[in-house]
Design a binder for this molecule. Structure first.
Ligand code: GTP
Length: 333
């Protein structure tokens, strides 16, 4: 791939520019960038790091070529070259990784690389990540490469920032702010996707509906804040127990749903595990050790189900029976 480097103009592959403008989401944009960068500036490795929200870390989100530092690795800001570039918002070149004390440079060198160059990604003066190149050669990067990478980073930052904003807004629209569980809107989206798969490929899925027993009592006796604490603690327990391919939603005040990839037996087992886990936990408030129980209703997608609503209603009926029969139990419908 030809690219010209001088201080007045840059030459970019047409396919890259076209693919970038058509990219539909953040992961695709990140992949495109790391794929095309080594074809614009000579490199054996390219990656994009993004700042991890409130934490003082950067995450490697996209990677092309040498895998000395893997995708999804979390890097500390305070002992890495990439962290320094992020904080100082200044491009850095290291053409002799062997001599570096920086954690990331040492790992890159152990992985066979000898030079690297990192540049900040900035929007409105705030840094939100870095573009990173690595080369097997020593002294691979000079001023003309830095000028080019900086220019590309400033241009790409606009795309990345816009897509990060969209991703964030989408997440906010589908997340319950108190418990951070997905909300009812998201249940409709994910549930219908699972229903489509069930109807086309018979991939089984099940629904667990859960409700905290006598939750009103916690609000009335200890106050709304303690009620909130109970909801948050309960949600944390669920997140620890479910598998990555199950989905957890808050659908009402103290009402929650899990969509389980699997049949009704798997869902019943999971519901019982959660019920027992919750019964065994305590919520610490002031001098109080609060204990809660939950009731569960379980059902699975069946041949006659032509809408998510019919599955939801069946789970709701099962939950109703658990409540009616004394609470702190699971009913399968
Ligand atoms: N603290 C807090 N309370 C909430 C929230 N949303 C709803 N609630 C309260 O949750 C309670 C739900 O109670 P109900 O579902 O009526 O009944 P319950 O006390 O859980 O009793 P059973 O479901 O029959 O076991 C109500 O008192 C609501 O006001 C919230 O975000 N935070």
């Amino acid at each position: 791939m030809s690219s010209s480097i001088n201080h007045e103009s840059i030459c970019l592959p047409i396919t890259f520019v076209n693919e970038l403008s058509k990219s539909k989401d953040l992961p695709e944009t990140l992949d495109l960038i790391s794929h095309w960068l080594p074809q614009i500036i000579d490199a054996d490795r390219a990656s994009v790091c993004l700042h991890n929200g409130q934490e003082d870390t950067l995450e490697v989100y996209a990677l092309y070529g040498n895998k000395a530092i893997q995708a999804n690795t979390i890097l500390q800001i305070d002992n890495t070259m990439v962290g320094r570039v992020f904080q100082s918002k200044t491009l850095e070149i290291n053409n002799n990784l062997k001599e570096s004390q920086d954690f990331d440079c040492r790992i890159l060198h152990e992985g066979g690389l000898n030079s690297c160059m990192d540049v900040p990604l900035q929007k409105s003066g705030a840094c939100f990540g870095t573009l990173n190149l690595g080369s097997l050669r020593e002294n691979a990067y000079q001023t003309q490469h830095a000028v080019l990478l900086e220019c590309i980073a400033n241009w790409l930052a606009n795309y990345l920032h816009a897509q990060m904003e969209i991703t964030e807004q989408k997440k906010r629209a589908e997340t319950d702010p108190l418990t951070k569980a997905s909300n009812r809107r998201c249940l409709t989206i994910v549930g219908n996707e699972l229903l489509n798969k069930w109807q086309s490929d018979k991939q089984p899925f099940a629904m667990i509906m859960m409700d905290i027993d006598n939750f009103k009592h916690f609000n009335d006796r200890y106050g709304h804040n303690v009620g909130d604490l109970v909801l948050v603690t309960f949600s944390q327990v669920i997140n620890q127990v479910i598998r990555t391919y199950d989905h957890f939603f808050r659908v009402g005040g103290d009402e929650f749903v899990i969509l389980v990839s699997g049949n009704v037996d798997a869902a019943e087992k999971l519901a019982e595990r959660i019920r027992l886990e919750v019964a065994g936990m305590s919520v610490q408030y002031d001098i109080h050790n609060l204990h809660i129980t939950i009731s569960c209703g379980v059902t699975s997608a069946q041949l006659q189900d032509d809408s998510l609503e019919s599955i939801y209603n069946r789970a709701d009926q099962a939950l109703y029976l658990s409540k009616k029969n004394g609470r702190d139990r699971t009913t399968v419908n």
